[in-house]
Design a binder for this molecule. Structure first.
Ligand code: SF4
Length: 363
């Protein structure tokens, strides 16, 4: 059996860890040693280790109507709750985009519920109109479950759906809707959402088309520690199939489940944030996902200090200033940064802040 030192070495050499080896890192490695090893790998994989990147973008929700009803989500409303419905209008998008541009951003993170009546034509028209009005705007839009939903109600394959969305202006796919990629967990927390296999299939198709993507993990609800590691292995294995030269997953972003007011909380599942556990997840992710270059610290959910420690434990990106975020914020995540604040936090942690674009190019 390999020692922990052997497993670190294997990861540093770019070899893929087995699930058992990944589990041993997560469950057995002393935290300070794990974080130091993850930091060493970060220094090897990131072009300038003294730099921590950050971004200006804006999260806008297309609609809150959703057929899925995930038990962790306070944001959505059901199709029959017509008094609560919204579909964002073009005028509202323009006002939000103008604010973002004035702050120096050029990317819209566009996500929403799985509306039973909004098929491919709705999104094609929306993307075309936004790109017509703002030709340099980047659209980081629709999670894999939304793509699967649009494909289903439009009678299209995943590939056809992605091709049409890209032709209309989609630039990259966020990693939303992954939660924990284990069927047992998904059946409990989001039974009506497209399955684990569908999430992986959409991402696989995106990777084959060379559409940039990211991957996420929402932990701290009903999953077991072993299922967190299983999630990492699924992401890592999909990344290993990306054709040479294609983007694949550009970044991995784990965040903590926030329970306030959710259906899960009503069932007794309450979030207990442990900064040390978060650091263990960041460090393990860096070593297991040794084929993904960027690991993002989610300051929105874990706060400034924990996110700063994460930068010394494998993470190399501080995410976005998030001009607007409604999903995790509505479940109790209340941390905020402006452009000065995020750069100050990065400097305090001992790094040089550099603004990046959505492909992690320095600006
Ligand atoms: S998380 Fe997304 S898919 Fe789930 S209920 Fe909320 S809006 Fe719908």
């Amino acid at each position: 059996m390999l020692t922990l030192t052997d497993i670190y070495l294997k990861s540093h050499n770019g070899e893929l860890l087995t699930q058992d080896e990944a589990w041993r890192l997560y469950s057995e490695a002393p935290l300070a040693e794990l974080a130091a090893q993850a930091d060493m790998l970060r220094q090897k994989l990131v072009p300038d280790p003294s730099v921590v990147t950050w971004q200006i973008d804006r999260n806008v929700n297309t609609t809150n109507v959703c057929t899925s009803g995930c038990l962790f989500c306070n944001f959505h409303c059901k199709p029959h709750q017509t008094e609560k419905h919204f579909i964002t209008t073009i005028e509202q998008y323009c006002s939000k985009i103008d604010t973002m541009i004035a702050l120096g951003g050029n990317q819209l993170l566009l996500q929403g519920g799985m509306h039973p009546q909004l098929g491919i034509e709705f999104y094609e028209e929306l993307f075309r109109e936004l790109k017509h009005r703002y030709p340099t705007l980047r659209l980081h839009a629709l999670g894999a479950p939304e793509v699967a939903h649009i494909a289903k109600i439009s009678g299209l394959t995943t590939q056809q759906t992605l091709e049409r969305l890209v032709a209309a202006g989609l630039d990259s796919l966020p990693g939303a809707g992954a939660e924990i990629l284990v069927p047992r967990v998904r059946k409990i927390i989001s039974p009506a959402k497209p399955s684990v296999e569908q999430w992986l299939e959409v991402m696989h198709q995106a990777h084959m088309m060379n559409l940039p993507t990211s991957a996420t993990m929402m932990y701290g609800h009903i999953e077991t520690p072993q299922e967190r590691v299983e999630h990492l292995i699924r992401i890592r294995d999909l990344q290993a199939q990306v054709p040479e030269g294609n983007y694949g997953f550009i970044a991995f972003i784990p965040w903590i489940f926030c329970s306030t007011g959710t259906q899960l909380e009503k069932r007794g599942v309450v979030s207990h944030f442990s900064p040390l556990e978060y650091i263990r997840i960041i460090a393990t992710a860096r070593l297991v996902l040794n084929n993904i270059r960027n690991i993002q610290a989610s300051w929105l959910t874990v706060g400034k200090q924990t996110a700063q420690v994460a930068l010394h434990s494998g993470a190399n990106d501080f995410g976005s200033i998030m001009i607007e975020e409604n999903v995790v914020s509505s479940a109790g995540a209340n941390n905020h940064f402006d452009a000065n604040g995020i750069q100050k936090a990065i400097r305090e942690a001992g790094f040089t802040p550099k603004l990046r674009d959505q492909l992690y190019n320095l600006l």
